[in-house]
Design a protein around this ligand. Structure first.
Ligand code: NAD
Ligand code: UDP
Length: 329
């Protein structure tokens, strides 16, 4: 008899959340997707609405909610810099109040909580690749702080609920993840480059493009999230989840042009403040504790993602928030 659970996914209509909901619904769990649709739209989860074990709640996690569940994946938070900087105070409220509301609920219902933290807790790292014991180099007053410090504080809240109230928590630090269901106007580098390449527009490289990122395909990431939720009882984390393949942003642009067979050219734009210079996860801990490692190489993941964007009916999407770079601000 499979161990079927009632599972809440906050931010469940978003890019990662929609893949996670699909996976959990497919396994037969009773899934509640909670979202305020700030950076997503219903189309990501529309195909699940007719499933008897899927339920959608439009709710903003900065307001408390009481639900009887066994597990919570707490993903609600804008993740793209242009979106989390659009209303920074809302972003930090979403991280901090969201964590408090989810953990308060979990304390009363005995639910297990997986918190989606981020590689951004390492800021512009002086340690490379980043291990979980590195405490980071975050500018607490910069334009990325609403997200970075919000996520750091959410980790603190998780550990305090764990120590003080015995809440079963799992903390994962997600590195740059990409794939189908990213919002076409999301503003993150993979979606921007693919959209630009498919439209034959210039590819916008911020700075000189020598900064690095490590890109994890979404299926690999979702596998890591599920393994962490179901991992050893005493393994709270934090644990890095990401693909250790490291690429410069210029290399990514060239690969996207290649794979789309595009005539686009590279153009440079100013580097945003506090943009991390290098980022690459050390995933030894995830490998030892969870037996997890990403399987999808960048080229293969990009091909799937390009196919998704190629088929997208763009008239059905609206830009969720203005892009500061597009407006020349
Ligand atoms: P996303 O923007 O596609 O999804 C976030 C979802 O949360 C959206 O559906 C949005 O509408 C919802 N949301 C935002 N504020 C909310 C609020 N106040 N109440 C309810 N719902 C709200 O981003 P994503 O890439 O799917 O990221 C999911 C989670 O993973 C986020 O917590 C993000 O910080 C974390 N993460 C993602 C990455 C990545 O590369 N994708 C990297 C590190 C961490
Ligand atoms: N970037 C870029 N062009 C774009 C979007 C992003 O050169 O159109 C750069 C950005 O400056 C950063 C990297 O790509 O160095 C990754 O940006 P993203 O917003 O995807 O995520 P981050 O890792 O910075 O949170």
């Amino acid at each position: 008899m499979p161990n079927l659970k009632r599972i809440l996914v906050t931010g469940g209509a978003g890019f990662i959340g929609s893949h996670l909901c699909e996976r959990l619904v497919g396994e037969g769990h009773d899934v509640i997707c909670l979202d305020n649709f700030f950076t997503s739209q219903k189309s990501n989860i529309a195909h699940l609405l007719t499933e008897p074990n899927f339920e959608l709640i439009r709710h903003d996690i900065t307001t408390p909610i009481w639900l009887e569940v066994d597990e919570v994946y707490n993903l609600a938070c804008p993740a793209s810099p242009v979106h989390y900087q659009y209303n920074p105070i809302k972003t930090i409220k979403t991280s901090v109040l969201g964590a408090i509301h989810v953990l308060g609920m979990a304390k009363r219902t005995n639910a297990k909580v997986l918190q989606a933290s981020t590689s951004e807790v390492y800021g512009d790292p002086e340690v490379h690749p980043q291990t979980e014991d590195y405490r980071g180099n975050v500018n607490p007053i910069g334009i990325r702080a609403c997200y970075d410090e919000g996520k750091r504080c959410a980790e603190t809240i998780c550990f305090d609920y764990h120590r003080s109230n015995g809440v079963d928590v799992r903390v994962v630090r997600i590195f740059n993840t990409y794939g189908p269901n990213m919002h076409p106007y999301d503003g993150r580098v993979v979606s921007n480059f693919i959209m630009q390449a498919l439209a034959g527009k210039d590819i916008t490289i911020y700075g000189d493009g020598s900064q690095t990122r490590s890109f994890c395909y979404v299926d690999d990431l979702v596998e890591g999230l599920v393994r962490m939720m179901n991992g050893p009882a005493d393994f709270v984390g934090p644990v890095n989840l990401g693909n250790p393949g490291e690429f410069t942003i210029r290399e990514l642009a060239e690969q996207v042009i290649d794979l789309t067979d595009s005539s686009s050219r590279l153009t440079t734009m100013p580097l945003p403040d506090d943009d991390p210079t290098r980022r690459c996860p050390d995933i030894n801990l995830a490998s030892q504790k969870l037996g997890w490692a990403p399987k999808v190489p960048l080229e293969q993941g990009l091909k799937h993602t390009i196919a998704y964007f190629r088929d997208l009916d763009l008239s059905r999407f609206r830009a969720p928030t203005p892009n500061v770079h597009d407006s020349g601000a």
